[in-house]
Design a protein around this ligand. Structure first.
Ligand code: AMP
Length: 283
């Protein structure tokens, strides 16, 4: 594994490796088994892997979320060393390296940014578009690996690839969970112990919600989800929406379930000061 924080060196390392195909795994560090599952998948299916570790300021709409976001680069490098090959690259740039000039680009993702995380995190997906498009240009990967934990992000990135007109295969990877069902997240380590204890209710609730799909109206399922989390006394659902996995059209009782669609129930939860997201396949 080779570590660099420099874009020119990154390009040179990729060029010199003359790899058959290149895989990119973008991360913000504080790595856990969820991230490593993406990296392992990349190692299996490409001959050169670039893992980026960068806490991208432009995608944080909440300053305190940005400042408390865990930064653990040494531990991250040690973990990556255990799964990467000798020629694979860890790219951990500085802000000056990523943004030598302020990025004024404005992306438009249509309906994909009008639902769920979009209105609650203004500017978030624009920041994701800025950083990921830069990484795509630096690395020119054949494949890029993203976790379905960030379900809406996967749809946005697929759209970004179309907008950029680049030939990059987006590989969505399944959600990795703690033994008690909580979706792994770098933010989990910031949860207060009492809240961490009840947090598995999120997964239990959406599991039950999935069993209600097709039998109960979406509004009824939503009510169940909100009240089930309220019953913990510590978790508050921000939204629960059932959407298709391409256009992210929100399902409601006025819309027919289209059995050729794949539907996901997506949730955001306020857990003390920390915001958690999760999702589950409904059909
Ligand atoms: P992050 O560092 O949070 O930006 O995440 C980097 C990548 O890892 C994103 O594509 C995430 O969707 C993915 N990821 C984060 N947590 C998990 C998880 N529990 N299971 C699978 N992928 C994950």
């Amino acid at each position: 594994m080779v570590l660099t924080n420099n874009v020119n060196e990154l390009r040179l390392l990729i060029k010199k490796s003359s790899a058959g195909n290149v895989g990119l795994v973008p991360t913000m560090g504080a790595l856990h088994a969820g991230h490593l599952s993406l990296v392992k998948r990349a190692v299996e299916s490409t001959s050169l892997v670039v893992v980026s570790v960068y806490v991208n300021p432009t995608q944080f709409n909440d300053k305190s979320d940005f400042s408390r976001y865990p930064r653990t680069i040494e531990a991250d490098v040690a973990l990556l060393q255990s799964v990467l090959r000798s020629n694979d690259i860890v790219f951990a740039p500085t802000d000056a390296e990523m943004y030598p000039e302020p990025d004024t680009r404005q992306f438009s993702f249509g309906n994909l940014e009008k639902v769920m995380e979009g209105p609650l995190r203004p500017g978030h997906f624009n920041g994701v578009g800025q950083v990921v498009s830069k990484l795509f240009k630096f690395v020119e990967p054949d494949k890029a690996f993203f976790g379905l934990k960030d379900f809406q992000q996967v749809a946005v990135i697929k759209n970004l690839v179309k907008q950029m007109g680049v030939d990059i295969e987006i590989v969505p990877c399944p959600i990795i969970r703690e033994p008690d069902g909580l979706a792994m997240s770098s933010r989990n380590q910031l949860l207060e112990p009492k809240i961490r204890e009840v947090a598995p209710a999120i997964y239990q609730t959406i599991l039950k919600a999935a069993t209600m799909f097709g039998k109960e109206e979406p509004e009824e399922i939503k009510k169940y989800v909100f009240s089930s989390l309220e019953a913990t006394g510590l978790l508050v659902a921000e939204y629960f929406e059932i959407v298709d996995d391409v256009d992210l059209e929100v399902l409601n009782s006025n819309k027919q379930i289209d059995s050729s669609n794949k539907y996901y129930g997506c949730i955001a939860v306020q857990a003390g000061k920390i915001r958690l997201i999760d999702n589950i396949a409904m059909n």
